[in-house]
Design a protein around this ligand. Structure first.
Ligand code: NAD
Length: 478
């Protein structure tokens, strides 16, 4: 497809230059609110990807010799320019992926902490001295960057994921090739403009726009890629895991979730209710750590369902630029079909459905009760504003059912009983657990990630520093 001249058309950012895709091909990026054309973007090919990898590889030897002061200064400048360009970032997050302005601001605030925390990482790339058994031998470990890092990001939190992973990779001295979601290329191109303006050398950060299904393998299977960090669906993550295993490429995989919230009989529902709503309806449930399973102890169950079903009609679904709006459009026709089919399958098999109507491309907040094993929604990630509520007869049953999932990303428990709360934290098979807080929570320096089908490895400043560098043993005979 060729771009029409009056519409914005994005290029790749390779080796410090803005370049067209091979053959100047583009694809359409649609505004999910009404499926109108948002922009055109370069339709990348395998050759484009190879050019980007070559640029990152060429930039690495000089970049790895840069000082912590230089990298810290560039990263802090990235944060400053992000603040100067806040309105551009908001507009892009609203119109490219349908973020309500409150979620866009959440991403910007988090993104700034990601970049600033990464700046602090530059001085922390350290090894240690090691006692030696050999007389007169001074022994130490030094920590070195790996080389070229492939960063693959999803559509739903493109700024948080881009800032965290790109900034951490650059902070420790790697160069980067980034494949953003085909549904959110513009956000990454704005970030590339910011990185270039901040002074990072040409070739250190490269962005290729295109379809992961077409050019993802050209990235992840390249012998010149030294680390892969992928965030996205479990299905694609499994495929990447196989490629990385074959090539012995180290990687982190941040995948899907079906995160549980357990509410015990002693919980204070006045405090729980707003957090429960936040746990699942932020960005209309398009959050990997959204809570799509609530297990409520029997004495509170009826009251919880009554209050939650009374709340859902009041959750903001107006103009995306209204700060009170919470509910976003589902990102694509395929995703709308998926959400709808999960709701209708549950309804047809006997679930009670609260909400579930559609207004244009937006699905109203939806609660399901009487959910059974035969229903798709019971075990499968919906990635929409849909959650199931189940009664439990005891804490032990809550823990057992919370653990009865292939996924293991985030989890939460609401109770005043400190023994049960800590028992849950120790025994839930999940990468993250929040006591008296929602499943949706993230910070720059924490170990973020999941178990089982939810992924491999952890993200965050410390975790990324360890994953994206390698120790080398060095001795000196004195
Ligand atoms: P997706 O898997 O469809 O796409 C993610 C990225 O993978 C995109 O950039 C896409 O282009 C790329 N891709 C597709 N095929 C590829 C291939 N063969 N090789 C390399 N890259 C390829 O996911 P999505 O729809 O963008 O995001 C939603 C999913 O992401 C949900 O399952 C959600 O739970 C998950 N997610 C997880 C986290 C986390 O931290 N665990 C965070 C956000 C989203």
């Amino acid at each position: 497809m060729d771009a029409k001249s009056d519409m914005k058309s994005l290029q790749h950012f390779i080796g410090g230059n803005w370049v067209d895709a091979e053959g100047s091909k583009v694809f359409e990026v649609l505004n999910p609110l009404d499926d109108s054309l948002y922009c055109y973007s370069a339709h990348g090919t395998g050759n484009d990807m190879r050019d980007a990898i070559a640029a990152a590889k060429a930039a690495f030897p000089a970049y790895k010799e840069t000082t912590p002061t230089e990298r810290e200064r560039w990263l802090l400048r990235v944060a400053e320019i992000m603040e100067e360009r806040q309105q551009d970032l908001v507009n892009c997050l609203v119109d490219e992926i349908g973020s309500p302005v409150s979620k866009a601001m959440f991403e910007i605030t988090k993104g700034l902490t990601m970049v600033r925390a990464a700046a602090g990482l530059c001085r922390n790339v350290r090894g240690e001295t090691i006692p030696s058994d050999a007389p007169g031998k001074f022994s130490m470990s030094i920590r070195e960057p790996l080389g070229v890092v492939a960063v693959i990001t999803p559509f739903n939190v493109p700024l948080i994921k881009t800032t965290r992973l790109v900034a951490n990779a650059l902070a420790v001295g790697n160069t980067v090739v980034h494949l953003p979601s085909e549904m959110a290329p513009h956000l990454s191109m704005i970030f590339a403009e910011i990185v270039a303006e901040a002074g990072f050398p040409a070739g250190t950060y490269n962005v290729v726009s295109g379809f992961g299904a077409e050019i993802g393998d050209d990235l992840t299977s390249s012998k010149d890629i030294d680390f892969v960090t992928f965030t996205g669906s479990t299905f694609v993550g499994q495929h990447i895991n196989e490629i990385c295993a074959k090539n012995k490429t180290p990687n982190t995989l941040e995948l899907g979730g079906k995160s549980p919230t357990v509410i015990l009989a002693d919980a204070d529902l006045d405090k729980v209710m707003p957090l429960a709503a936040r746990s699942i309806f932020m960005f209309a449930g398009q959050a990997c750590i959204g809570s799509s399973r609530f297990y409520v102890e029997r004495p509170l169950y009826d009251e919880f369902v009554k209050r939650f079903s009374g709340m859902i009609g009041k959750i903001g679904m107006g103009d995306l630029r209204d700060p009170n709006t919470v509910i976003a459009p589902a990102i694509s026709p395929r995703q709308r079909d998926r959400i709808n089919s999960h709701i209708e399958d549950a309804r047809a098999k006997g679930a009670t459905v609260y909400g579930g109507e559609w207004e244009g491309n937006r699905c109203r907040p939806t609660l399901l009760t009487d959910v059974t094993e035969e229903m798709t929604v019971c075990r499968t990630e919906t990635f929409g504003p849909v959650t199931s509520i189940y009664p439990i007869d005891s804490y032990e049953e809550g823990l057992e059912r919370a653990n009865d999932s292939e996924y293991g990303l985030s989890s939460a428990i609401f109770t005043k009983d400190i023994d049960k709360a800590f028992h849950f934290a120790r025994n839930i098979d999940a990468g993250m657990c929040h006591i008296n807080g929602p499943t949706i929570h993230d910070e720059a320096h924490v170990p973020f990630g999941g178990n089982g089908e939810s992924g491999v490895g952890r993200e965050g400043t410390d975790a990324d520093m360890e994953a994206m560098t390698e120790l080398k043993w060095v001795t000196v005979q004195l």
